[in-house]
Design a protein around this ligand. Structure first.
Ligand SMILES: [Zn+2]
Length: 374
């Protein structure tokens, strides 16, 4: 292996902790009439032994995914987060806010503007908000430095991330994807912040993606006196229990790749053998990794439904499975709809009552076969 330098601390010592082999870029949905084969790139997670940041090892340059429709679960979480931050006194009542958003969409700015903050593109800001944005930077140290440098004196940096402990505990191996360069534990992010002269002060937890953290940090020696560390201590203890800083905890994640793929392939095969029609729902990046690992083609899964107009007329990368709009959901009269994004369950049941009215059921892909979690 070529020498890899940690994206945060520059350290060279580390472990390859998750290897998905060669995968198509899950960001690039080819047109459905593009016969492929799609280019593939190694997809591997590396854990830095020095600072503990889990990160993408290789760095193929891939185009960005078409912006999807924003799931209601994400919108609801953002509103909840803004409420909770404000209620605990960490939301500046006025001043300037800058948002570093995710390329996949979702902005808190309208809500923050309604609370009296003024959005600005550059210059110092009283609140720097990063909601799933930082993970998209190949150079983590530089990206964090850019954000911290813009925090005005006494200002607050809010960082939201899908917790690495959640990924390990819930065996979310397909969270690993090209374009997502870092997978944060609170432990590793704390080290990154300290290296940038910042320290975490408090945090909030959310159920989104099984466990999402919003962390507030301030410059050392500024802002609120002393850390409000009850939640932080819990998060760090959770990290220690999950074993986020050493390679051992990742072994189950690696084993689960094969188990999960086999469960999916077997289930689809059994449904087909029984003459039941199955369609997929949610042309998400994690569905791409799973379908590729499970070697699923349109014989097993004839279509994946997605509400995003940008994805219609395209196909799932690395497969011949087309993506179609929600109109196909009723038209195909499926017996089961395999949901690739479990966070969407409540939303899709409400949005598409015809599925259950026609006698079909929603099936959570995360809960197939032997893989069912506690
Ligand atoms: Zn490092």
């Amino acid at each position: 292996m070529d020498e890899h330098a940690c994206r945060a601390c520059g350290g060279a010592a580390g472990h390859l902790v998750l290897d998905l082999g060669r995968q198509p870029a899950c960001d690039y949905f080819p047109r459905s009439d593009d016969p492929g084969p799609d280019p593939v790139y190694p997809l591997q997670m590396w854990l830095c032994s020095s600072c503990g940041l889990a990160q993408l090892l290789t760095d193929p340059t891939v185009p960005e995914e078409p912006r999807g429709t924003e799931p209601a679960a994400l919108v609801a979480q953002a509103a909840d987060a803004v409420e909770r931050v404000a209620a605990s006194g960490w939301m500046p009542g006025r001043g300037v806010v800058t948002e570093y958003g995710s390329p996949h969409g979702g902005s808190w700015l309208p809500m923050l503007a309604a609370r009296g903050l003024t959005p600005a593109e550059d210059g110092p800001a009283d609140l720097i908000l990063d909601c799933f944005g930082l993970m998209h930077a190949a150079d983590q140290r530089r990206a964090l430095a850019e954000r911290t440098a813009r925090v005005a004196a006494g200002g607050v940096l809010l960082l939201q991330y899908h917790a690495l402990g959640t990924i390990i505990r819930n065996r979310q191996w397909n969270a690993l994807r090209h374009g997502h360069y870092a997978y944060y534990s609170t432990t590793a992010l704390t080290a990154m912040l300290r290296a940038a002269g910042f320290s975490p002060r408090t945090a909030w937890r959310f159920d989104l993606y099984g466990g999402t953290v919003l962390l507030a940090a301030q410059r050392e020696g500024e802002g609120r006196p002393g850390p409000d560390d009850a939640v932080l201590s819990l998060l760090l203890a959770d990290d220690a229990r999950a074993g986020v800083s050493g390679p051992d905890a990742f072994a189950d994640l690696q084993r689960d790749v094969r188990a999960h793929a086999k469960d999916l392939h077997d289930w689809l095969g059994a449904e087909r053998a029984a003459g039941r029609r199955v369609v997929g729902y949610g042309a998400a990046s994690r569905a791409v990794a799973l379908l590729c690992q499970a070697d699923v083609d349109r014989e097993l899964l004839p279509v994946v439904i997605d509400a995003s107009p940008a994805k219609q007329g395209l196909r799932m990368p690395g497969t011949d499975i087309p993506v179609a709009g929600p109109a196909e959901l009723a038209a195909r009269r499926p017996d089961a709809v395999l949901l690739f994004v479990p966070d969407l369950l409540a939303e899709v049941r409400t949005a598409f009552p015809e599925v259950e009215a026609q006698g079909a059921r929603w099936v959570d892909v995360e809960a197939l076969g032997s893989r069912r979690l506690e």
